[in-house]
Ligand binder design. Structure first.
Ligand code: NAD
Ligand code: KPL
Length: 305
C-alpha cells in the first residue's frame, strides 16, 4: 500500500504538517484548490516553514483533485466549512480501505466528511498547535502544542501513527477523541465569541468573568446531557486558566473576524446550540450569545453560517 501522505489544503496547519512530514523523509503530496493555485505554487517552488528565527524551504510536489491515481491516506486540513465539499471532490480517488485524518476544530464537520466517504476510515484530530500564514506558501509555527488522534468507531491504532512521532509531530492516540473535541469546543464557546463581541484579547475577558461563568455553567450541563461528563469536569477552572495563560493572545475567531474571514461558528457555538435542541436542554445564555454573534458578524458583512 502507498505510504504517501496526501494533504488537502495547504493553509496554516496543512503546511505545518506537510513540512514536518517532508523534513522526516515521508512522501507527501499537496492537493491544491485549482490549476491557478497549482501554477502559483509551482512558480514559488514549494512551501517555507518559519520556526524560531530560521526558515526552511520544502519542494513538496503538488497536484489538484483531478490528478490521476489513488489516495490511500489523506490529511484534511481545510476549514470545517470547506472539509466535506473538498473531500467529496476526492472521493472517487480514495482507495478501498483508505484513511482520512481530519484536523478540523469543533464538531459536525467530521460527520459531514464521513458521509462523503463511507468506504474510508476517518480519524479525528484535536490540535492545540498554532500556525499562521505569513504569506502565500509560507507558514509560521507560532505555538507548540499537542495533537490527540482517535477514531470513535474503532479503537485500534493505525499502523502509520508512529510516522507522526518520527516527523516530530507531538501526538497521542486516544480512544476518547470525542471527549477531547467536546472539551475544546466548550473552551472555544466560552472564550472566542466573547472576544469578538467585546473586541478584546483573551485576557480582556478577565473583566467579564461573570458572563464567562454563566456560559461555563450551561456548557458543563450541556456536555453532561450529551453523554460527555468527563469533558464537563473542571470546565470553569480550565476556562479561567486558559484565559490567564493566553491573556495576551487574540482568539482564532477574533483573528478571523479581524481579517474579514468567515468563522467556524457553525461548528462551535452553532453545534453546541443544535446539540442542546436535539437533547431538549435549555441553554438560554448560549442561544443569546449565538444571536449576538450572528448579528455582529452580519453587521460586518461576514457570513454567519
Ligand atoms: P487555513 O485557512 O489556513 O487553511 C485552509 C486551506 O484549505 C486554505 O489554504 C484553503 O485554500 C484550502 N482549501 C479549502 N478548500 C479547498 C479545496 N477544495 N481544495 C484544496 N484546498 C482547499 O486554515 P487553518 O488555520 O490551517 O485551519 C484548518 C483547520 O485546523 C480549521 O478547522 C482550524 O480551526 C483548525 N486548527 C487550526 C489551527 C491553526 O493554528 N491554524 C490550530 C488548531 C486547529
Ligand atoms: O483555541 C483557542 C482559540 O483561540 O481558538 C483558545 C486559545 C483556547 C481560545 O478559545
Amino acid at each position: 500500500m502507498s505510504s504517501t501522505w496526501h494533504i488537502l489544503g495547504a493553509g496554516s496547519l496543512g503546511s505545518l504538517w506537510a513540512c514536518r512530514l517532508a523534513r522526516a523523509g515521508k512522501p507527501v503530496r499537496l492537493i491544491l484548490r485549482d490549476q491557478q493555485r497549482l501554477a502559483a505554487y509551482q512558480r514559488g517552488g514549494g512551501l517555507t516553514l518559519v520556526e524560531h528565527d530560521g526558515q526552511r524551504h520544502y519542494a513538496i510536489p503538488a497536484e489538484t483533485a483531478s490528478a490521476p491515481g489513488p489516495i490511500h491516506r489523506l490529511l484534511v486540513a481545510c476549514k470545517a466549512y470547506d472539509a466535506a465539499p473538498a473531500v467529496a471532490q476526492l472521493a472517487p480517488r480514495l482507495a478501498q480501505g483508505g484513511e482520512l485524518v481530519l484536523l478540523q476544530n469543533g464538531l459536525g464537520s467530521q460527520d459531514e466528511v464521513a458521509e462523503q466517504v463511507p468506504h474510508a476510515r476517518c480519524v479525528f484530530a484535536s490540535s492545540t498547535e498554532g500556525a499562521f500564514r505569513e504569506g502565500d506558501w509560507q507558514v509560521r509555527f507560532a505555538g507548540h502544542g499537542f495533537n490527540w488522534l482517535g477514531d470513535p468507531g474503532n479503537p485500534s491504532v493505525p499502523y502509520w501513527f508512529d510516522e507522526l512521532l518520527d516527523a516530530g509531530i507531538p501526538g497521542q492516540w486516544t480512544p476518547d477523541i470525542a471527549t477531547r473535541l467536546w472539551r475544546k469546543l466548550a473552551l472555544n464557546c466560552a472564550i472566542n465569541p466573547l472576544t469578538v463581541l467585546h473586541g478584546c484579547h483573551n485576557g480582556g475577558l478577565l473583566g467579564h468573568l461573570g458572563e464567562v461563568d454563566q456560559l461555563c455553567d450551561e456548557l458543563a450541563g450541556l456536555l453532561r446531557r450529551c453523554g460527555q461528563p468527563e469533558a464537563a469536569e473542571g470546565l470553569h477552572e480550565e476556562v479561567q486558566r486558559v484565559i490567564v495563560a493566553t491573556a495576551a493572545n487574540y482568539s482564532s475567531m477574533y483573528q478571523d473576524v479581524r481579517h474579514g474571514r468567515r468563522t467556524e461558528v457553525h461548528y462551535l457555538l452553532g453545534h453546541a446550540c443544535r446539540s442542546a435542541a436535539r437533547h431538549g436542554a435549555a441553554v438560554p445564555q448560549l442561544e443569546r450569545l449565538l444571536r449576538r454573534l450572528v448579528d455582529n458578524l452580519e453587521a460586518r458583512g461576514l457570513r454567519s453560517d
